[in-house]
Design a binder for this molecule. Structure first.
Ligand SMILES: [Fe+2]
Ligand SMILES: [Zn+2]
Length: 483
């Protein structure tokens, strides 16, 4: 079970800075003392970091997942501490101690065998044919070994599986024991972020060893945006900077954009108008992930300040002040369209779209904000009794979004690019005159997340990072917790 808890840190403003924490710290379960562990002693809520920014902190790296050191034979436990194992025609039971048992269905265990015949040690893909496993499969023998649970299966060719203890604890589902999700710390921020916004230099992020790149992506992961200063004021350098993260995502606006306010595309982005805080491409089923933009020049005029608003922070305020509105925005889908170009007509699938606040159904955790009131289509799917309530809810959202406590305004200058997580941080701008030349790109969310994970494997002493010592040269370990 996961705890969600808001804690107010200060009460000096109508919208306060607060702290958010969830998850439990189970410590390193794979140590021998595990067996003295009791479900009744599941660890304490972890206090998140308190930040200097006007901020909430969404936790985190709370759980210390098992490392490969724990998972592999290196952590084999002494025979006097071995768990008690038993079997019947449906399940295998493991007694971690007198009070704590896990049960695994026979079918589940057979399906999760990771011997080289059942799981490819290099590609990390299942080889076992799940559908050839007899539905009434039952072991002929189970045994507690120092390295893990050993299960012998019947068949023309008898088969033996070995499941590391730590892996079984991590993946125990009856009962669940460990929060398996690997979380990273999210720092929620308001207008005070202006005092020290996350910033990297071009030199750092382009450095060959990728240490700066890792720091850059980690900042984007924590804050939902990050500036890069000292970028050469050319589209070529900016494109190279974008590609440093991952593939550029091509859309109807092109691959890499380089544009002025000439309405070259049928979208208000290509005008000089002020734009309120929004996320891009709400009319896509999968909105663009990161957005990188860079003002290359602004001549013969002024204005055009950039607005950034942390959607996670604003959602947290809404949840506190208007819980009913928060629920409505989390459940009622919003259709959207991009129809300003004769050659394109975009709508999400399904056409009713998605809620403004998308939350994990099993945990309630917010994972995506999508909001562009200008691109919203007809709301003909609202229940009649909800129409006024829904307008009230989006008004409350709009008020929180446009509160001076939430809005971070910054005047970008040529040479400073910004990357924004388009599924968390909303952006906008003030009106301007004169001639501005902007360039930038979208980068896929999955590409960015993959790159960040790989860099964590390279640089971070993250417990998810598993050396491979099962088959030399085969990459990640077969018992990696994310597989
Ligand atoms: Fe935009
Ligand atoms: Zn096998």
């Amino acid at each position: 079970m996961r705890n969600n808890m808001w804690r107010t840190l200060t009460a000096s403003r109508p919208i306060t800075a607060a702290q958010f924490s969830y998850g439990r710290n189970f410590g390193n379960l794979a140590r021998p003392q595990l067996f003295a562990w009791r479900i009744s002693r599941l660890g304490p809520l972890r206090a998140s970091r308190i930040l200097s920014h006007s901020a909430r902190c969404i936790s985190s790296s709370a759980e210390k997942p098992s490392t490969i050191d724990d998972i592999s034979q290196k952590s084999a436990i002494s025979t006097e501490h071995l768990p008690v194992v038993s079997m019947d025609e449906r399940k295998v039971s493991i007694g971690w101690d007198a009070q704590t048992w896990s049960r695994f269905h026979n079918m589940w265990l057979r399906d999760h065998c990771r011997c080289p015949h059942c799981f490819h040690p290099v590609t990390k893909q299942r080889l076992v044919n799940t559908f050839e496993i007899p539905t009434n499969i039952a072991p002929t023998r189970v045994a507690a070994m120092p390295d893990g649970l050993e299960v012998s299966w019947p068949g023309i060719q008898p088969h033996v599986s070995l499941y590391p203890w730590s892996w079984l604890q991590t993946n125990s589902y009856d009962p669940p024991m460990v929060n398996k999700d690997i979380k990273t710390e999210k720092i929620l921020w308001g207008s005070k972020i202006e005092q020290s916004p996350p910033t990297m230099t071009y030199e750092e992020v382009m450095a060959e060893d990728e240490g700066g790149l890792f720091k850059w992506l980690s900042q984007i992961d924590q804050f939902g945006f990050c500036f890069v200063s000292g970028v050469p004021t050319t589209p070529e350098a900016t494109e190279e900077l974008s590609q440093r993260i991952g593939f550029i995502r091509q859309t109807q606006y092109g691959l890499f954009w380089d544009f002025t306010s000439d309405l070259a595309k049928g979208d208000t982005a290509y005008t000089t108008m002020a734009l309120g805080a929004h996320t891009d491409t709400t009319y896509f089923t999968d909105p663009c992930g990161l957005q990188l933009f860079h003002l290359l020049s602004h001549t013969d005029g002024s204005g055009g300040a950039t607005l950034l608003v942390d959607g996670y922070y604003v959602a947290s305020i809404l949840k506190e002040l208007h819980p009913d509105a928060y629920d409505m925005l989390s459940t009622i889908p919003i259709p959207a369209h991009a129809a300003g170009e004769p050659s394109a007509f975009y709508r999400p699938n399904p056409p009713r779209g998605y809620p403004v606040l998308r939350r994990d159904p099993s945990t309630g955790e917010l994972f995506q904000v999508r909001w562009n009131n200008d691109d919203r289509s007809v709301m003909s799917h609202l229940e009649p009794h909800n129409v006024e309530k829904w307008y009230k809810a989006i008004r409350a959202w709009h008020q929180c979004l446009t509160s001076p406590d939430s809005e971070y305004w910054v005047q970008l200058r040529p040479g400073t690019a910004v990357v924004v997580d388009n599924q968390r941080v909303l952006h906008g701008r003030s009106a301007f005159d004169g001639k501005r030349r902007m360039c930038g790109a979208y980068i896929g969310m999955d590409e960015y997340r993959s790159k960040l994970t790989v860099l964590r494997e390279k640089f971070a002493a993250d417990p998810m990072i598993l050396a491979n010592d099962n088959v030399p040269g085969s990459g990640r370990h077969i018992w990696h917790r994310a597989l």
